[in-house]
Design a protein around this ligand. Structure first.
Ligand code: GLV
Ligand code: GLV
Length: 355
């Protein structure tokens, strides 16, 4: 038997051979170095048994119907899968693969970077040096600036003798959040508060174990409001989609500490960009570090959030290490191959709730 497989992005010289060496697969690979055209995908998906998609490819009933009854598997090279209509996939008896675990460390690393960048004026600091000037409450020229007692000061992530508590908050407390927590322990943080999927019960045993392991005063599940109110740094690390849309909004931002930092390395849809821009401009919170922004990459370059000196924005690169992206591509290929061969996929999205 031969199976047509559509690959929406070239997975590179290390990973493409995993697919190419499978003689039962007929590969159709989007040839360009940009997100694949919808029209190309809709045409080429017809009669396919499998497809490897990116988070930029919307997998909806239109696409699945174009593929027809030959389709067995949708494999996304991402841990997030809100771009895949799971109900539509379940109704058609499809398998859906994703890439958890392999990117946990890379995303946690970047989350810490963003917290530090935002708190310590990393964005404005590099920009004033590289461009010679920057606007930061006033116009700053590097050549005119000399080391000043309180120049470029921001809130410190690590504890000090005079300031011995730090509360870290998480909206979403999955693998990436817990890996981020582990990285912050050496900074001397003292409390971890989190909120997560309301339908999952509190896990007191796990929390007590984490608290012991990291020698923290508390690891505690709390309401979204309480997490926002208490946190020195609030990490948004929850799945995207309708359930978490604008979880961080004006009302929540108003509850946060004036010296607090917010980091988003999940999906732009979780944070209301207009509200965040206002919060930063009016000083409700101190700073923000964002890997993702609503509507990216088609955000107006003059959007107040993009112009905001206290907001550090990077272009959705949290998992972008050479090692991790290779592992994600490998996992996406392995998931697809396993589903087509009818064996256990390395990482399959649970569709039980949809059938
Ligand atoms: C990246 O955002 C991913 O979901 O893997
Ligand atoms: C700063 O550069 C210092 O020497 O304290």
């Amino acid at each position: 038997n031969r199976y047509k497989v559509v690959v929406c992005r070239n997975l590179g010289p290390d990973v493409m051979p995993l697919l190419e060496e499978r003689s039962e697969l007929d590969l159709v690979v989007w040839p360009e170095d940009r997100a694949c055209d919808r029209a190309w995908l809709l045409e080429n998906i017809q009669g396919a048994a499998g497809v490897i998609v990116m988070l930029t490819d919307k997998v909806n009933p239109e696409l699945l119907d174009k593929a027809g009854p030959s389709l067995r598997v949708v494999s996304t090279m991402s841990v997030g899968y809100e771009h895949v209509d799971l109900k539509a996939a379940a109704q058609r008896g499809l398998k859906v693969g994703y890439t958890p675990d392999v990117l946990t460390d890379a995303v946690a690393d970047l989350s810490v970077m963003l917290a530090l960048m935002a708190g310590r004026n990393g964005g404005i600091g590099t920009s004033v040096v590289q461009n010679g000037h920057a606007t930061y409450r006033f116009v700053l020229k590097w050549q005119n600036y000399s080391w000043a007692p309180f120049g470029f000061c921001g809130p410190q992530l690590s504890t000090t003798a005079a300031s011995p508590t730090r509360k870290i908050g998480f909206l979403g407390f999955g693998r990436i959040a817990q890996a981020t927590l582990a990285r912050l322990v050496p900074f001397g943080i003292t409390h971890c508060l989190y909120s997560s999927n309301p339908s999952s019960p509190p896990n007191h045993a796990r929390d007590a174990e984490l608290s012991r392991k990291y020698n923290l005063q508390a690891v505690e599940k709390a309401s979204v409001d309480e997490v926002a109110r208490e946190s020195d740094v609030l990490f948004v690390l929850a799945p995207g989609g309708a359930d978490t849309y604008h979880l961080v909004n004006e009302a929540l931002l108003k509850k946060m500490k004036k010296t607090s930092i917010i980091v988003n390395a999940s999906r732009g849809t979780l944070v209301d960009s207009d509200a965040l821009a206002k919060a930063l401009k009016e000083g409700w919170i101190w700073g923000a570090g964002l890997d993702v922004v609503e509507g990216e990459p088609h955000v107006p370059i003059d959007h107040p959030l993009v112009k905001e000196p206290r907001c550090v924005i990077v272009p959705h690169i949290a998992s972008a290490t050479l090692e991790t992206r290779r592992d994600m591509a490998t996992r996406a290929a392995q998931n697809l191959i396993a589903a087509i061969l009818g064996v256990q996929m390395p990482a399959q999205v649970d569709l039980a709730g949809f059938s």
